[in-house]
Design a protein around this ligand. Structure first.
Ligand code: UD1
Length: 373
């Protein structure tokens, strides 16, 4: 079986790392059939701190193909990946393309593969925010509507796919590869002397702090919204210092809107996985609009204040440590006070046990060959 594994942007790297570890451990498929896999990096993220640092830290081997998608409008970025990926598929003739998450490369590679009659497996299928203004929601819906194997992280994903009429036999509730990666890296980090990490200086100086990430267009691209968020952050930081790992999109918008952040908000460049984990695992709370961090905080029991109006990961709110605050100043402050007063205790969702990649590969290698349509 020949597999192409796609990674396009920062959050994809955390999801392919456990699959690669499993593929390496697997050697061959069932009945000793050859298992042949290659990595395609779409190049949607390209800066060292948005891409290469993750590949190094997460033990992801050199990509076999780099599509150099770069930045641009959604149409430009998606189209570039499609054109370049089509050439790879024609050359490689894969049996299966594995896509993860919900970024533009996920959508682009799914469509390209399906039009060449190549089977597609989507890892993290079924998540829905119900918000069609979010580019990721469109990517999720389209990818799930054509994928052949739908690997789901939480029960809501199964319900959503069934509601959309996807056949039951295509849906596999396997748990969360993001959490496989988290547990693996957490254990590695806990065995290390972390004093050499760059983030150690600010962490030991502040002791108590909130950890912040912010990059959704719905939060940072509109001046009024971003100003409201920054006012809430200013009030919070007067009580609890904030460490803010700033995404390139957010950095541009801070400059464009001339936003002055309070001096208790400590700005850092985008952090690699380890520096970031080292900071947020011991934070009083995480404040974020990231999808992955909502899940990771639940898995480690750290309270999370999600600065968004909706979440496609409801399990983190229902049984995890996540509070969905919204993105208005008063709502963010209300959520913050709620966590400071009562915390947010949670449980680890079903099958978030570090073995999702194993379940996914067990399912895939048991497929009868050839699996091309
Ligand atoms: C993308 C994903 C989003 C994911 C996020 C994580 C889509 C639709 N969006 O959004 O789901 O949560 O990645 O980061 O796929 N830039 C750099 N260096 C880079 C990459 C980007 O400076 O390596 C700049 C670009 O010039 C652009 C901005 O950052 O102006 C945003 O990048 P873009 O890829 O458009 O989207 P993200 O907001 O990163």
């Amino acid at each position: 079986m020949k597999i192409l594994l796609i990674a396009g942007a920062r959050p994809n790297f955390m999801k392919i790392a456990p699959i690669i570890r499993r593929l390496k451990a697997q050697g061959a498929g069932h009945d000793g059939k050859e298992l042949n896999w290659k990595i395609v990096h779409a190049g949607q993220h390209y800066d060292y701190e948005m891409s290469k640092i993750f590949l190094e830290e997460l033990e992801i081997p050199e990509s076999d193909y780099y599509l150099a998608a770069g930045s641009g409008s959604h149409a430009e970025q998606t189209a570039k990946v499609m054109v370049e990926f089509e050439k790879v598929c024609v050359e490689e003739k894969p049996d299966l393309v594995i896509v993860v998450g919900d970024v533009n490369s996920t959508l682009a590679c799914s469509i390209t593969a399906k039009k060449l009659n190549v089977k597609v497996a989507h890892i993290e299928a079924g998540l829905r925010s119900g918000d069609m203004t979010m580019p990721e929601e469109i990517n999720r819906i389209v990818t799930d509507s054509i994928a052949d194997y739908l690997f789901v992280t939480e029960k809501s994903g199964v319900d959503n796919l069934l509601k959309e009429g996807r056949p039951k036999e295509k849906i596999h509730f396997v748990g969360n590869v993001m959490i496989d990666n988290l547990f693996y890296q957490f254990e590695k980090l806990s065995k290390e002397n972390c004093t050499s990490l760059a983030a150690n200086e600010i962490k030991s100086k502040l002791k108590k702090y909130a950890f912040l990430t912010l990059h959704r267009p719905s939060n940072v691209d509109k001046e009024e919204t971003f100003l409201g968020i920054s006012e809430a952050l200013k009030e919070i930081s007067e009580e609890l210092p904030i460490i803010f790992s700033v995404h390139p999109r957010t950095k541009k918008m801070i400059e464009a809107f001339g936003i002055q952040l309070h001096h208790n908000i400590h700005l850092l460049e985008p952090l690699g996985f380890r520096e970031s984990l080292f900071l947020w695992k011991d934070a009083v709370m995480v404040m974020t609009d990231s999808g992955g961090l909502q899940e990771e905080t639940t898995a480690l029991g750290v309270p999370c204040l999600t600065i968004r109006e909706n979440t496609e990961r409801p399990v983190t709110v229902e049984i995890g440590t996540n509070i969905l605050a919204g993105n208005k100043k008063k709502d963010i402050l209300k959520g913050y006070r709620e966590i400071m007063r009562n915390g947010k205790k949670g449980k680890i969702p079903p099958l978030w046990d570090g073995k999702a990649a194993e379940r996914i590969m067990d399912t895939l290698i048991s497929l009868p060959l050839p699996i091309s349509a």
